[in-house]
Design a protein around this ligand. Structure first.
Ligand code: HEM
Length: 283
């Protein structure tokens, strides 16, 4: 099953143009959904207004070269390795979900456009990656759904309680699950079930990519921009009006706050930011 290209098998029943049209439609849905989401939340407007405000509070200029270095570290840290997550379980689950989705979606497009029929056999690695991507997404996603998500892990709510905010994770899970079930039943030649799972797979894709306006799908585009902006405000000293992390043992800090010794003694301990003192589990 892992080396079989399910789309090539499908081409016996469904024209290749229909499969390719479906992918193009999904891309268009994501573009339209993201634009509508941006217009509705006015996120781009507030993002640029905020950036202007921070620029006025800047203590120093950040040049193009430094911005390129910042962009590279955002790509490496916040994007590729989900570096914003403090909780290692959430981070690992996000890494599985994110990279699983990327691998699964990319190989779907490559298989459908590059190797859509048995006459154009795909290199074995592609169907393998397609299945591995779907499995990674399913493992990371179900782990998140049953154990990690705030409602369940911190609020003590049941896993079956649904909200509109769950649209993204549930449509991701449905897409990966039905894709795997479709591939399995197709490989085993169980044609009735295979047709049912194919229809459910296609429908979950429509909900996932067509639901961008209502779900948090677009966070994958907005979060990197926000992470970049945050790093720029640290580099230019505006810091979004947040205070510095002062170390009370630093002579410079003691000069700045001469009454420090009065409150904390001659050798004040550095207690660090309180927020890191216990595992993040309260929201
Ligand atoms: C294919 C790409 C991605 C997928 C499938 C994905 C998936 C998810 C999921 C399922 C959640 C939990 C959602 C929920 O609470 O319902 C989440 C949260 C989060 N994601 Fe992603 N993500 C992707 C890309 C990214 C990128 C590129 C970034 C950052 C640069 C990012 C940063 C975050 C953060 C910080 C959270 C937690 C905070 C929040 O819930 O707003 N994600 N992501």
């Amino acid at each position: 099953m892992f080396t079989s290209n399910p789309f090539a098998e499908l081409s016996a029943n469904i024209p290749v143009a229909v499969m390719q049209g479906y992918i193009i439609l999904m891309v268009l849905l994501v573009i339209v959904g993201t634009i509508l989401d941006m217009m509705h939340k006015k996120s781009a407007k507030y993002f640029f207004l905020n950036a202007e405000k921070e620029k006025k509070n800047a203590k120093r200029q950040v040049g193009v070269g430094e911005k390129a270095v910042i962009a590279a570290s955002v790509l490496l840290n916040e994007v590729a390795t989900s570096g914003e997550f403090c909780n290692p379980r959430r981070r690992l689950s996000h890494l599985l979900t994110m990279w699983g989705t990327i691998i699964f979606v990319a190989t779907t497009a490559i298989l459908i456009f590059g190797y859509p029929t048995p006459e154009t056999p795909a290199p074995a690695i592609l169907p393998q990656l397609w299945h591995i991507g779907a499995l990674m997404l399913a493992v990371g996603g179900y782990w998140f759904w049953f154990f990690i998500r705030v409602d369940v892990s911190a609020e003590g709510l049941t896993w079956w309680r649904l909200e509109r905010a769950d649209l993204f994770i549930l449509s991701l899970l449905a897409t990966a699950t039905f894709a795997l079930l479709w591939s399995f039943t197709q490989y085993r030649g169980i044609s009735g079930w295979s047709t049912l799972f194919l229809v459910l797979f296609a429908l979950s894709g429509v909900v996932l990519f067509g639901g961008v306006y209502w779900s948090k799908f677009a966070h994958m585009f907005f979060k990197p921009a926000a992470a970049f902006q945050k790093r720029v405000t640290r580099a230019d000293g505006s810091r979004e009006d947040l205070p510095f992390d002062y170390d009370p043992r630093d002579p410079e800090v003691q000069r700045k706050f001469p009454d420090l010794a009065e409150y904390m003694g001659k050798n004040p301990p550095n207690m660090g930011p309180g927020i890191r003192r216990e595992r993040p589990s309260h929201y």
